[in-house]
Design a protein around this ligand. Sequence first.
Ligand code: GUN
Ligand code: ZN
Length: 426
Amino acid sequence: MVETLLLGQVLRFDADPFTQGTDAAHHDPRGALLLRDGRIAATGNADVLRAAHPGARVIDHGDGLILPGFIDAHAHYPQTAIIASWGKRLIDWLNSYTFPEEMRFSDPAYAAAIAARYFDLTLANGTTTVASYCTIHPESVDACFTEARRRGLRALAGKTCMDRNAPEGLRDSAQAAYDDSKALLEKWHGVDRLSYIITPRFSPTSTPGQLAALGALWAEHPDCLMQTHLSEQTDEITWVKSLFPQARDYLDTYEAHGLLGANGVYGHAIHLEPREIDRLQEVGAALVHCPTSNSFIGSGLFDMGLAGGNIRVGLATDTGGGSSFSMLRTMAAAYEIGQLRGHALHPAELIWLATEGSARALRIDSHVGRIALGMDADLVVLDLSSTPAIAQRAARADTIWEALFPTIMMGDDRAIAATYVAGTRR
Ligand code: GUN
Ligand code: ZN
């Protein structure tokens, strides 16, 4: 039996720092993780675990900080090549950049090339799990899952369904959305580390008939997640109201068609009305905060006060509306948006959001997102002195939080010293 012992600083959580504060965190400056069969088989002090497992292969990361691999709870892998496209707000940005690019995914070779590029980029940034939208084309889902599986990754993805307000070639129908999604779900859901997510893009690009068809599919597969977008920009909300005049609010356009539930994952959710917050809380839905996207597309300031209680909140890049593949950059943006709302997120909260918070939002927290016995050995090792600017600030640190915060605020892929996927270094 091959055992690997990773040595380094270890930071782990045994509770949610949003409710328990920093007492939820445990830092061992000379810690160790024993990896066996792709899982965490023991955690503890480096000297103690070394003595207990003399036959284990040792990888010493020195002062590197070992954390759970980052979990990006909302991304669009097909937008990889159009990230950082200038000057548009949501609807114009979709029409000018996103839809023309997504058209290209009818070509399986193109889809495969971008999926490979995307997973190479996310792994280089220490991200070991993503929940991605694909395009209207079933081939784009096959490409995403094939490339994730090739790398041994846990991944969640779904065909993005649209049957109106999108160009010819990017529209299906209510029946095709149901049939294609069902076939893809049956093909991929539960294969290795892959999960299918039912994915209506958002209410403006689906007819009521299509929303209802996907609601029916979800009712047949309630263990699946359902992901969509909610209340990202004010213009979008006005448009939704005109498209669904009978709806009480944006969330109601989903609820009326069977698309509100405890396994629902709603991206952005910035401009919510009190009734929407109450309903999301009642059903125990998940929201995903996408801070680099919200500033890049000019959407608004997410209310992190929604975290805790019955609403689970995950963190995400929203590639390519988001301006980075890095969950470190994403944490920095979350901090800045928190500051603009008068709420300074603690480094413990930021790291937790990008790991266990996202895992809980995606209901995969019994497998990933935490350093604990039996969890998958999906890990990232951070170099807390990866650039001269970061190193000189970290050198002044008195606590682990002060040592870590400069990397959260100024770090990028250069701070990723190592990434492990199911115990294998990538
Ligand atoms: N709303 C509907 N589609 C999208 C998308 O691709 N990106 C973002 N940021 N918002 C959306
Ligand atoms: Zn999105």
